[in-house]
Design a protein around this ligand. Structure first.
Ligand code: MN
Length: 225
């Protein structure tokens, strides 16, 4: 038993569909520009580059149905509706053909973004951390175990449609993403991967309720208080 100078904070966990046990979150990785139309709306060429990654801390997780404050240090909070892949095995240098076996389950997610800080970071060639990895920036619905067939992804704000796509519209499949990411870092059970957002990202204001829906999964819903 290791003596600690103060009690360690509890592990962040997420609900699992159909089971009482919860999913312990280890790390959160996110893919940039994985839908061609969104890459174009952000001024990038969707064919130009391999997948790239950024991260959020695990304690940025917000469970679906939560109310969160409008985050500090931004005047342009954006929603990004995404499929989240939950990793259940350890692996490094994983071949694309072996990558599906790394997946424990799937969830709907919202990669909340301080778009003004991201634009400033891009312009000044600085890191995205404070634009992406802030407190309560990773909204995630319950994780459903097992594989996920192609499905529709929708993001609405106060019921009005903002983003709509098929998961099959992704430039890189979850297997390709896992394979690429596992060549950068060793993946472990509990890692979450936000797989990128389709076109239609936009602002969230105080009082808005943003709902990300993927057929077959619990929605990832958040209200900005
Ligand atoms: Mn995103």
């Amino acid at each position: 038993m290791v003596a600690l100078v103060f009690p360690a904070l509890p592990t962040v966990t997420l609900a699992v569909t159909g089971r009482p046990e919860r999913f312990p979150v280890r790390r959160i990785f996110c893919v940039g520009r994985n839908y061609a139309e969104h890459a174009r709306e952000m001024g990038a060429d969707p064919e130009a580059e391999p997948p790239f990654f950024f991260t959020k801390p695990a304690d940025a997780v917000v469970e679906s149905g939560s109310r969160i404050p409008y985050p500090p240090a931004t005047a342009n909070l954006h929603h990004e509706g995404e499929l989240v892949v939950a990793i259940g095995k350890s692996g490094a240098m994983v071949a694309e053909s072996d990558a599906e076996a790394m997946i424990w389950g799937h969830a709907a997610g919202n990669d909340l973004t301080r778009r003004d800080l991201q634009a400033e970071a891009k312009a000044t060639r600085r890191p995205w951390d404070m634009a992406k990895g802030f407190d309560k920036s990773a909204v995630v619905g319950a994780i459903r175990p097992g594989p996920l067939p192609d499905a529709a992804l929708r993001c609405t704000v106060n019921g009005a449609p903002r983003q709509e796509a098929r998961l099959s519209d992704m430039i890189w499949t979850p297997a390709a993403i896992i394979s690429a990411l596992s060549r950068m870092v060793s993946l472990s059970p509990g890692d979450l991967i936000f797989t990128g957002t389709p076109a239609g990202v936009g602002p969230l204001n105080r009082g808005d309720t943003c709902k990300v829906e993927i057929d077959g999964l619990q929605s990832a819903t958040v209200t900005i208080a």
